[in-house]
Design a protein around this ligand. Structure first.
Ligand SMILES: Cc1ncc(COP(=O)(O)O)c(C=O)c1O
Length: 374
């Protein structure tokens, strides 16, 4: 049987190849490869799409987080509260500015950082909070916005997986002082390589991000030491060519999620598998469709053997990562995240995923639990 990939970028390319080829040709003609008009145009488009003061293109989403924290003035001696369940880059950025990550537990349903636990973790050293809109669902952000106003800390949203997700009609990534996007090829809006963007609430902050992405200098004078984190013109041009499709792709992801839910319901797998519930306060973009399941690792092996691409995001919660051992994180500190790390399994999810493919994925899951097809 034909394999079903976890993400099918070739299928996307079939639909968008010509527009992307034109964008690539434009850059080839211009011979302007780094920053320049293409990057500026993308920055302006995204700033207006998100309703923020300015956006700054950078080399990847990890640097977007690092630069946001740098510009926020986070440094040694500061604490930054973040979720225990995310891609490593979220925590890595905090460590890279020499601050101390404080990991707190997540909410069992939406998998976002638990605002009550954030409140409990606030100390006199808290300088910033970094919520992550995991798998394309905006976290319960309102309490975090009020907390940040009350306590005067900076809110940096990790929206790497959530471009186009909204909550209360507002875009994930536009609530905080900074919103950070990733254009890694597998993201909902993916480049042909690495790319990222810092969405900024203030123009002054954006100027500072722009200074730090280019070694911290202006006119050959360096008041601060920055990094080299410029966005390529080629990536910006490709992203601009793809951007008009994003809303339709997000819509298709939601349709696929609804279809998975129906198929699981019909298969009657409750008890073995639970599927994500709809977010009633926001619009999700299903970067991943992650089920919670019993015997997760055996199911993963079964699906892999059947030629179905699946992934475990994330097997080790951040507070238990060996590189943070000195912070004293222990099993039991964040029980909800720890349980999720044992149970979550991300299924194939991409806009071009067909009904037939989804039917087969769920049928194989039924075979695993029941030993037969429905
Ligand atoms: C939640 C999260 N944060 C940060 C990043 C970092 O983005 P990048 O890979 O572009 O550095 C990613 C993606 O890889 C991510 O999924």
């Amino acid at each position: 049987m034909t394999a079903i990939p976890f993400v099918d970028l070739r299928a996307q390319h079939l639909g968008i190849g010509e527009a992307v080829a034109r964008a690539v040709a434009r850059v080839a003609d211009s011979q302007q490869f780094i920053l320049g008009d293409e990057v500026r145009a993308l920055e302006e488009t995204l700033a207006s799409r998100f309703g923020v003061a300015a956006a700054v293109g950078v080399a990847n989403g990890s640097d977007a987080l690092y630069l946001a924290l740098r510009v926020a003035g986070v440094g040694p001696g500061d604490e930054v509260i973040t979720t225990a369940l995310s891609f490593f880059a979220t925590a890595g950025a905090i460590a890279r500015v020499s601050a101390t990550p404080v990991f707190v537990d997540i909410e069992p349903e939406g998998l976002g950082i638990d605002p009550d636990r954030v409140l409990a973790a606030v100390s006199s050293r808290t300088r910033a909070v970094v919520p992550v809109h995991l798998f394309g669902r905006c976290v319960r952000i309102e309490p975090l916005v009020s907390l940040s106003e009350r306590h005067g800390f900076v809110l940096v949203e990790d929206a790497a997986q959530a471009i186009d997700a909204t909550r209360g009609g507002r875009a994930a990534g536009s609530f905080g002082d900074f919103g950070c996007l990733s254009f890694h090829p597998t993201k909902n809006l993916g480049a042909w390589g690495d790319g990222g963007m810092v969405l900024c609430k203030s123009v002054t902050a954006a100027r500072e991000v722009a200074r730090l992405r280019a070694h911290g200098g202006a006119d050959g004078v360096h008041e601060v030491v920055g990094i080299n984190s410029r966005l390529d013109a080629l990536q910006a041009a490709i992203l601009r060519a793809k951007l008009p499709q994003l809303a339709a792709w997000s819509h298709r992801r939601r349709e696929c999620a609804a279809r998975y839910r129906e198929l699981f319901f019909e298969a009657g797998l409750d008890g073995d598998v639970s599927v994500p519930r709809l977010d009633n306060d926001g619009v999700e973009v299903f970067h991943h469709f992650a089920i919670r399941c019993q015997k997760r690792d055996a199911l993963r092996a079964h699906l892999t053997d059947a030629g179905i691409g699946v992934g475990v995001y994330y097997p080790t919660p951040l507070h238990l990562q060996p590189c943070f051992a000195a912070l004293g994180g222990r099993v039991g500190d964040c029980p909800v995240a720890e349980r999720a790390a044992l149970e979550l399994l991300s299924l194939p999810m991409f806009p071009e995923l067909s009904h037939a493919q989804q039917t087969r994925v769920v049928a194989e899951i039924a075979v695993f639990y029941r030993g037969k097809r429905n």
